[in-house]
Design a protein around this ligand. Structure first.
Ligand code: DGL
Length: 284
């Protein structure tokens, strides 16, 4: 079984793409609704919450946990992969954690993650790439550093949208969401001296839910990269290389867990998953 984690409902955008791509696999999704949003929390808290969630998924049978959350990936993935997985013994038992920044950087730079120095022709790329994310994702500079490592001439415009994930999670009215998106885009355009970014990364898994609003306010020439599709493509490659994680022991299954109120969360999930999903409490 494959675990997918997000601070709340945003990771469902990634889960949706994964279930469509791998209908034969079993997935368990965990949303930490008791603590959402993560985006403005101190980094140490994000690391600890992500560790606890990954362990909860391991204990329920996941061998592989995909962090369907940019904030958790940006702040916690490397620490958990390098320190906690080996120290806790989970690595020795064959468990692993993956993030979603690497595939997104690969798609944005057209360079494999394993290539960490500029290569022709990417080293001459002079595109402008705008990254929209939570406060912690942007403060981590992970997108900026990883893109510039591979494409040093690309200008990376980083824009914090600190209220947007929380507003989406709280089902704020469309006008409020649009105002927040517009404010973020204005900030990015000011940083770019009014020049249209060639590509935009919606670097928060909640943001695809308001992609239409980004589309409305971004210059028409800016292409929006679709992170859920990018992650599904990259996950397909990963499972081809690591088939042990793709063994469908019990066949297709979808289990939805939350640290919050399952009824409220199931109701809200309709925004993300029109057929509706039945969440259960992690504690039960
Ligand atoms: N969906 C998350 C992300 O991709 C986190 C949003 C939040 O909890 O602030 O960053």
């Amino acid at each position: 079984m494959i675990g997918v984690f997000d601070s709340g409902l945003g990771g469902l955008t990634v889960l949706h793409a994964l279930v469509a791509r791998f209908p034969q696999l079993a997935f368990t999704y965990l949303g930490d609704h008791a603590n959402v949003p993560y985006g403005n929390r101190p980094s140490e808290e994000i690391v600890e919450l992500t560790r606890a969630a990954s362990e909860a998924l391991f204990l329920r049978g996941a061998k592989l946990v995909l962090l369907g959350c940019n904030t958790a990936t940006a702040v916690a993935a490397r620490r958990l992969q390098r320190e906690w997985l080996p120290q806790s013994g989970w690595l020795a038992k064959g468990h692993n954690i993956l993030g979603i920044v690497a595939p997104t950087v690969e798609a944005a730079t057209q360079t494999p993650w394993s290539v960490t120095t500029p290569q022709y022709p990417q080293k001459n790329l002079t595109d402008r790439i705008a990254v929209f994310g939570t406060l912690r994702t942007i403060q981590s500079n992970v997108y900026l550093e990883e893109i510039r490592k591979r494409c040093p001439k690309v200008s990376v415009i980083q824009q914090v949208c600190s209220e947007l994930a929380g507003a989406i999670e709280a089902e704020a009215p469309e006008a409020r969401l649009e105002a927040l998106v517009e404010e973020g885009i204005k900030g990015a355009m000011a940083q770019a001296n009014g020049e249209a970014p060639h590509r935009a990364i919606l670097g928060c898994t909640h943001f695809p839910l308001v992609e239409h609003l980004f589309r409305r306010h971004l210059p028409p020439a800016t292409r929006i990269l679709s992170q859920p599709e990018i992650v599904a493509d990259s996950f397909e490659d990963y499972l081809a290389r690591k088939p042990q994680y793709a063994e469908a022991h019990g066949g297709a299954a979808l289990t939805l867990l939350t640290t919050g109120d399952p009824e409220v969360v199931s109701q809200r999930s309709r925004v993300f998953w029109p057929d509706g999903l039945a969440f259960r409490s992690l504690a039960a």
